[in-house]
Design a protein around this ligand. Structure first.
Ligand code: GLN
Length: 244
C-alpha cells in the first residue's frame, strides 16, 4: 500500500507548526509499513490532484491569503474543487480552511473570493480569537480534540456542510454558534493549529483510514504505542475542560 500526499503551499501557509501535521501523517504511515510520498505544491507550480490520495493545507495570515488569490485562480482552485468532489481526503487548517470556502472578507474590508469547494464563508472581525481550544469530533463519536486557534475570521457554514464538532473551550468557527470546523465529503477542516495531529493521534488515524479506504477499499491500521501522545492529550483536555 502507498499514499501520495499533496501539501499545498508549504512555502506560504505554515503557522504554529502546521507542517507537523504532514510529518505526523507520514510517520504514522511509515511505522505501519505503508509507503508515502509527500509532494509540496508551492506558488506557481500546477497541482495535478488526480493522482493525490491525501491533501493538506495549512494556515496563513490575511496577507498571505490575499497573495495566493492569483495563483488559485490560475488553475489550483479548479483542481482542488475537483479533488474535493471526487472524495479525496483533505485536512485544512484555519487560513486553509477559509480558502476552501466561498469568500473571506477581511476585517479591513478586503474581499477574497476563494475556492468555493465548501459552502461556507468567512468575515473578519476586529477581535482576534486566540488560545488553546477543545472541541468534540463527531466522526470520532464525540471524542475531544485539543488544539490552538488564532484567527480574526468568523466562519459560517451553509446547509450542505456539517461542523466537525462542538466547541467545549475556546471560540471555534465564529465564537457565536458553538460549532467548530467543517465536514463535507472527505474534507476535514478546522481552526486548530498546534500542530493538531500529533496532539490527537486518533484524528490522524481517522484521516489515514479514510485515505486508505478510498484508495484500496480497506484499511488496516496496526495499533501504535501512543502512550506519550495520549498522556499529553489527556493533560490538555482535562485542563481545558476546567476553563471553558
Ligand atoms: N488570516 C486568517 C484569520 O485571521 C487565518 C489565520 C490563521 O490561519 N491562523 O482569520
Amino acid at each position: 500500500m502507498e499514499l501520495k500526499l499533496y501539501h499545498l503551499y508549504p512555502d506560504v501557509l505554515n503557522l504554529y507548526g502546521d507542517r507537523g501535521n504532514v510529518l505526523c501523517m507520514e510517520q504514522r504511515l511509515r511505522w505501519r509499513g505503508i509507503d508515502v510520498t509527500v509532494a509540496g505544491v508551492p506558488v506557481g507550480e500546477p497541482l495535478r490532484g488526480a493522482d493525490g490520495d491525501l491533501f493538506f493545507i495549512g494556515g496563513g495570515q490575511d496577507f498571505e491569503q490575499e497573495v495566493l488569490l492569483e495563483d488559485l485562480a490560475g488553475g489550483k482552485a479548479a483542481e482542488v474543487k475537483a479533488a474535493v468532489e471526487d472524495g479525496k481526503p483533505f485536512l485544512a487548517i484555519c487560513g486553509g480552511y477559509q480558502m476552501l470556502g466561498n469568500f473571506y472578507r477581511t476585517w479591513d474590508g478586503v474581499q477574497c473570493d476563494f475556492i468555493g469547494a465548501l459552502d461556507l464563508y468567512t468575515v473578519g472581525s476586529e477581535k482576534r480569537m486566540i488560545g488553546n481550544c477543545l472541541f468534540t469530533c463527531d466522526d470520532l463519536g464525540g471524542a475531544g480534540l485539543v488544539g490552538f486557534e488564532n484567527h480574526s475570521g468568523k466562519t459560517y457554514l451553509g446547509s450542505s456542510v456539517k461542523p466537525l464538532g462542538k466547541v467545549l473551550s475556546g471560540y471555534g468557527n465564529n465564537g457565536e454558534d458553538g460549532l467548530e470546523g467543517a465536514r463535507y465529503r472527505n474534507v476535514f477542516a478546522t481552526y486548530s493549529h498546534g500542530p493538531l495531529l500529533p496532539k490527537n493521534p486518533a484524528f490522524c488515524d481517522l484521516l489515514l483510514r479514510t485515505a486508505l479506504e478510498r484508495k484500496y477499499g480497506r484499511a488496516e491500521l496496526a495499533p501504535l504505542d501512543d502512550t506519550l501522545e495520549e498522556n499529553a492529550h489527556r493533560y490538555m483536555e482535562q485542563r481545558l475542560r476546567k476553563q471553558p
